[in-house]
Design a protein around this ligand. Structure first.
Ligand code: C2E
Ligand code: MG
Ligand code: MG
Ligand code: MG
Length: 292
């Protein structure tokens, strides 16, 4: 009897696996048409200056509005897009859309706000990548220093292309580069010294650990100190609580991104957030000027 059960279990497992594979194949099939069908949209999450709390930029975060399955997270479909060779086209669209969005704000008089775009290692490896960036900036008329590219640590330890040279060219063009999810992957500190990047993004796992583990707090302080010693800015991602915020500010973090301030929002909401915070600040400056 137990043999029978074991067999059933095995069958059950196979069915599960079959269903899983079928789901994945269906997603892959659908993903091929997602761009044309305009199912991909960018949400934007504002980033604020730790001192002034002023919005200094926003990160573009991709969402897939699947007609049957609802909103699918990029953590799920970006790896698929990479596997099936679609990330180049999707990535191009993201860059174009994000630059247009930022330019739109500048045209409305909101200057000094940058847009951060996640780029996959597969995009960086493409020899045409640098020219593509130049083209997109030209087409959208966005000044290069308002575009920031977020790359992951693993993209900096890849040996199939010269990442240091690529970052150098991007910097010459005026584009900024940050290292996303910093501290989660293997990368040596000496490697970081060689990277001509502008900013590192402290990974959410360290933020979650604030006040939970003594050593975690020490590591955060160490990373912030290291960043500043190397002349880099450091931004915390995934900040959700006042406790986390206070700890980070006390320890000289430069910028904050997280649900505590803002969630990722669609373009129209972003517009409202930015315009109202901008007006608030202008009004405050106006009052300050007139009261002093
Ligand atoms: P990421 O670049 O590290 O983005 C930060 C993620 O943390 C986002 O998840 C964001 O929604 C989430 N987040 C922000 N604040 C908080 C918070 O306070 N608490 C919590 N729990 N989460 C927070 P999302 O949007 O699901 O994106 C996941 C990942 O997908 C991104 O991680 C990025 O690696 C990738 N991704 C997103 N958009 C693109 C894209 O256009 N191109 C590429 N290549 N990758 C993308
Ligand atoms: Mg990112
Ligand atoms: Mg990140
Ligand atoms: Mg992350």
């Amino acid at each position: 009897k137990s043999k029978e059960q074991g067999k059933n279990q095995y069958m059950f497992c196979t069915e599960e696996m079959k269903a899983e594979t079928a789901r994945k194949l269906k997603l892959i099939e659908d993903l091929h048409q997602a761009l044309e069908r305009q199912e991909l949209r960018l949400y934007y999450q504002p980033q604020v200056c730790a001192k002034s709390k002023k919005i200094i930029g926003y990160e573009a975060l991709l969402r897939w509005f699947h007609p049957e399955l609802g909103i699918i997270s990029p953590g799920l479909f970006i790896p698929l897009a990479e596997q099936i060779g679609l990330i180049g086209r999707i990535g191009d669209w993201v860059l174009m859309e994000a630059c247009l969005q930022c330019k739109k704000h500048h045209l409305k008089g909101v200057s000094d706000i940058r847009v951060a775009v996640n780029v996959s290692i597969f995009q960086l490896q493409n020899p045409a990548f640098f020219n593509r960036i130049r083209q997109i900036l030209e087409e959208t008329q966005l000044e290069p220093h308002y575009l920031e590219l977020e790359i992951t640590e693993s993209a900096t330890v890849n040996e199939h292309y010269n990442i240091i040279e690529l970052i150098g060219s991007l910097k010459k063009l005026g584009v900024s580069v940050s290292i996303d999810d910093f501290g989660t992957e293997y990368s040596s500190l000496s490697r970081l010294c060689d990277m001509p990047v502008d900013r590192i993004k402290l990974d959410i796992q360290f933020i979650r650990g604030i006040g939970q583990k003594e050593k975690n707090n020490a590591i955060i302080c160490g990373i912030i100190g290291l960043a500043h010693t190397l002349g880099l800015k450091i931004i915390a991602e995934g900040v959700e609580t006042k406790i986390q915020l206070d700890f980070l500010i006390e320890n000289s973090i430069d910028e904050i991104q997280g649900f505590y301030f803002y969630r990722p929002v669609p373009p129209d909401e972003l517009e409202q957030i930015i315009l109202s915070s901008y007006n608030d600040l202008n009004r405050k400056n106006f009052v300050n000027r007139n009261s002093s």
